[in-house]
Each structure stands twice: as structure tokens, then as C-alpha cells.
Design a protein around this ligand. Sequence first.
Ligand code: 13P
Length: 252
Amino acid sequence: MRRKIVAGNWKMNGSKDLAQTLVSDVRSQAASLDNGVEVVIIPPAIYVGEVAANAGDLLSVGVQNVGQWASGAYTGEISAEMARDQGCQYALVGHSERRQIFGETDEMVAEKVGRIVAGGLYAVVCVGETLEEREAGKAESVVAAQVRNGLAAVSADQWRQVVVAYEPVWAIGTGKTATAQDAQAMHASIRKVLSEIGAPADEISLLYGGSVKADNAAALFAEPDIDGGLIGGASLIAQDFISICRSVPAGT
Ligand code: 13P
């Protein structure tokens, strides 16, 4: 059975106060979740220690990015090892905001994935097409290339540390969500690419992200190849986030 995961990516939002109050709220409500979902909080790196201290055993913690190097003269960067040292289990990599604003390439994504898995963390590798690419009928080929290139350095014994998040760029922060059918079709296509590159595709969790809210999460998570979600805006409100976590069907 694949792991079910709901992860909240705070992006560059939040505060020390939120890292205490929201995390305690989510933690206390997570105790009543009975669907086996793993709940992950991914705050800005500066708050990771605070979140990890408040997360208890019920919540996992992640960083939004790591550098592609082990250590050294890279001012402003943090390493996968440091994230683990601060109590993280997860690291996002290749988010479309990193790709678009910070020029992150597939090659950099592949190097970062290598660092993340070697550092003992789960890599949540983000892929997704722009609106222009979708309208040109290229969505599947663009995403397939991101999956192939971004995961090029993963070795056979590391696949269990890989999670893929499909986030169509046009759905991020826009209030437009992919329909459950379109998201399912892309997830099935990603799973096919994973098996073509030798990954144990049926064991890899695939998350959907892009304007997931409390009122559309259940329809998305009911699809057979959608194993949870990567949540932006709605992860900053404890009630909304926990309600999305509750929308994961039990025992599938
Ligand atoms: P929104 O849920 O705010 O659309 O953000 C999605 C996202 O980018 C999560 O990584």
C-alpha cells in the first residue's frame, strides 16, 4: 500500500508565532485522524527547528529547498544534512516557483534529489506544466521530461525515499484546480514514466498540488493514482489544513 501524505508548503509566509500556534492546533487535531495519512509541515527554513520542536510524533517536518552541495562557501544556502539535523524528514525540490523565479533546472533538481536522499530524507519532487504548455498539448511530455531528468540520479535502493508532486503551474495560487479527472490522467502518466525508468511505480506516492482546498480535496484524493496533496495557501489555516488531511480516504 502506498503512503498517503498531505504536506503544507507555507512558502515565504508565517512567523514564529504561527510555527507555535498553528502547529499545536494541527498536532492536537491530527490525533483524531484515522485514515493513516502522514501530515507534513513545510515552513520557511528559519522556522523548521521551531516547527519540529512543536510537531511531536504525529507530524513530520520538511524544508522547501536545499542546496545541491554538501557544504561550503554557498552563502544563503542550507544542506539536506542540516535539514535532517534540525528534525526534518522531508525536502521539497523543483517547486515551480524555484524553477521560474530562481532558475532551477532539471539538472539542479537531479543533484538536489541526490543530496536529499543521500541525507536520509524523503524528496518531494515537484513537476508541472505551464498554461501555455498545456494549451499547446505538451503537458504530458513536459512533465514526463521533468520526471525523467529530475530523477536521473536515483539508485534502486533510494526509490522508497522519492515522492512526486504534480503541480500544474496554472493552478498554483490561482484558485483554479485541475479537475479530478485531468489530475488523475496526469498521475497515471507519471506512474507510467516511473515504471519506464525502472522505479517501483506502484509504490511511489504521487501528490497533487494547486489550489487544493477543503471543498475540493475529497474529489481529488478519491482518484486511484492521487495519494495525497501538496497544499499552499490552505495550509496556513489550521482548520482548512486539517480538513484537507481528513479528506484522504481510509485504507486505500
Ligand atoms: P496553492 O495551494 O496556494 O495553490 O499552492 C500550491 C503549491 O504551490 C504548494 O506547493
